[in-house]
Design a protein around this ligand. Sequence first.
Ligand code: HEM
Ligand SMILES: *[C@@H]1O[C@H](CO)[C@@H](O)[C@H](O)[C@H]1NC(C)=O
Ligand SMILES: *[C@@H]1O[C@H](CO)[C@@H](O)[C@H](O)[C@H]1NC(C)=O
Length: 333
Amino acid sequence: MGCVSRSCWIVFIAVLAMASSTSASLHLGFYRKTCPSAEAIVRRTVSEAVANNPGLAAGLIRMHFHDCFVRGCDASLLLNSSPGNTAEKDAPPNNPSMRGFEVIDAAKAAVEARCPSTVSCADIIAFAARDSAYLAGGIDYPVPAGRRDGRVSLDSEALTNIPLPNLTAAGLRDSFAKKGLSVDEMVTLSGAHSIGRAHCTAFAPRLYNFNATHTQDPSMDPAFAAYLKSRCSPSTVDFTSKDPTTVPLDAVTPRRLDNQYYKNLAKRRGLLFSDQTLQASRLTARLVRLDAKLGSVWAAKFAAAMVRMGHIEVLTGSQGEIRKMCGVVNNRP
Ligand code: HEM
Ligand SMILES: *[C@@H]1O[C@H](CO)[C@@H](O)[C@H](O)[C@H]1NC(C)=O
Ligand SMILES: *[C@@H]1O[C@H](CO)[C@@H](O)[C@H](O)[C@H]1NC(C)=O
């Protein structure tokens, strides 16, 4: 993928430096000889899907995050549950909120038609997340590839590895540190919440049932809370509620991947507790202020942090397999 913007070049050089030093496991242009059209096919599929439904860009960026945080970026998130095993896909952090599975399946089918059993589902997720960042925010960056697909997917591991929206800044730091990501990377990646939506169940306790002394979260702007109460029924404080109502994560520019998210935090208009806590904690408030001020610097950091996230515990070489269909493991030989 070529570079047009300046921030893309900055990241490109950073990625080259990284590839030559710390992590030689993934490579830029991994499919150059074996499937030269792979990235173009994925980008075309994602572009068409996002043109029909812009929300899918958010879904696909989140999908890469949820894949990488559980057993590394190995497409374990895509595996279907089977008799006797509930997969990550059906764990509460993903079901019913995760969207975009059909886009990955379509991209995989198109890539398989051109180059059978060559391009992993895990790499397709990484490419699709990048393409989504480009479509929603003009943020483009080269993606080192060569990930292999895992054969195991357990709902319990999604529950223990994916951070909950009620975590404090310190809890978020610990969750990301376990995956080798820094506090700055955590704050930077949280900027993905400048697009997409959240179900009322993810934040309703902030409106109706905060803690023993406050029914409403005092860190939320009361006018914003009043608006959210008009959208979300009190019944959604029960996180098992099946209420499908959603609210945009960034009320100002809900479809634009930009640094507006950080500006919202300064106005106490972060939607999730895990968003607003970044502004409340000294650990992270300084970083929030910088990201709010310098959109282009945030965008370059976001690209670099996505690449770093894409390296978490990857399977490479002869590990894992190249799945033929992303929802099921290949038959054993
Ligand atoms: C910092 C810890 C994080 C927490 C606690 C968290 C939690 C959540 C929650 C609860 C939702 C709402 C899902 C729903 O109800 O539909 C959400 C949405 C989303 N998250 Fe995060 N998230 C975090 C970090 C990230 C990261 C690192 C990324 C990607 C780089 C990301 C990307 C997204 C996107 C794009 C959406 C919107 C999804 C859609 O519209 O389908 N999040 N997140
Ligand atoms: C967040 O919610 C989970 C489950 O709903 C609960 O077990 C946990 O104690 C909560 N954590 C915090 C920091 O409030
Ligand atoms: C409830 O939340 C407020 C504001 O965050 C905090 O000051 C207070 O200590 C909390 N009370 C309890 C009982 O946790």
